[in-house]
Design a protein around this ligand. Sequence first.
Ligand code: FAD
Ligand code: SF4
Length: 332
Amino acid sequence: DFTLADLLAPEGYQAGGLAIGAHLSRSLRIAGEELDGAWGGVEFLQNVALGKPPDLAGKRVAVIGGGNTAIDAARTTIRLGASEVNLVYRRTRRDMPAQDLEIQEAEEEGLKMHFLVNPTRIVGNGKVEGLELTVQELGEFDNSARRRPHPIEGSEFVLPVDVVIAAIGQSTGGACLQGCGVESERSSAIKVDRQLATTREGVFAAGDAVLGPATVIEAVAQGNAVAQAVDSYLRGGEPESKDEWLAYREMPLPWNVDDYAEATRPEMPVQAPNVRRHNWQQVELGFSEATCLQECRRCLRCDLEEGELLSMRELVEAPSRGVEEHFDKTTA
Ligand SMILES: Cc1cc2nc3c(=O)[nH]c(=O)nc-3n(C[C@H](O)[C@H](O)[C@H](O)COP(=O)(O)OP(=O)(O)OC[C@H]3O[C@@H](n4cnc5c(N)ncnc54)[C@H](O)[C@@H]3O)c2cc1C
Ligand code: SF4
């Protein structure tokens, strides 16, 4: 193990980047969180991924939250054999941050959804026996452009469950940043300026650690930006304008885009819900070779190098060579 101070020692590195993610489940801050069977969403998924899944066979589960982590946790408990999986969300379905398709697929697999209910207490004696919920009504719009839920007095009821999984958000583990001069916001995100520089000279940060729980593509974009910022810092200059390094390049299109203007997105074949809820295989089965070729033809604008684009044209002109050969060639 090493610390930031070790890395930035006088004979060490002159700059560094922190991309430590946001891996800690936020607490519900309600009574009963210490009970056996009350877990955080990320920790639960981490244990499953590390080959230490809890025994959920025949158990009733409540997952709290409306984001992708909540849906991932719910679908995982279904695959672990839970007898009943409930998703509890304090707003409405259309307010859920999770992807629509994932919500729909989870419902097809048997997830029960409960909207406009908020947990107020985990009930149990040593272990979880139920989740007390309060019915909500929607009030004024908040700064997320969604109507704020308010509890309806006296509407509490208990959902009988054996396991409660809280997936209401994630924070950055600040322990490794203690005393090293890198400050955090109240949300636990690392504090950065416009160039993604932290409050410690020469240290930059990117990804979920800065944005809070976001997406892979946003983390990758910030990774690019932070690389530029570190480069400029080491050279002692101003960072290049983003417009310059992401400039749109005109590239010749080897076919007529208008021919594909009406083309619709092909439907992805998937495993049937009753089959996939019992296995860990990928839900989407992938496109056939014929569909792939059709999709290549309707490509509108590609950031592949021109040479690779031309090799795609070769593929379209001589499809018998097959998709695999094309990708062997372009990804070698
Ligand atoms: C359950 C779940 C489902 C998701 N689903 C999607 C999805 O479908 N699509 C999507 O785009 N995004 C999804 N995301 C979000 C996506 O995973 C993140 O936005 C993305 O991984 C952030 O990238 P990052 O590099 O900032 O952090 P991470 O990918 O989290 O990487 C941080 C790394 O830093 C390491 N680390 C932490 N602390 C230390 C330390 N002290 N010392 C050394 N190493 C450390 C961690 O072990 C980890 O490897 C999901 C997230 C979760 C939790
Ligand atoms: S991602 Fe790139 S290759 Fe794919 S369709 Fe879009 S522009 Fe074309």
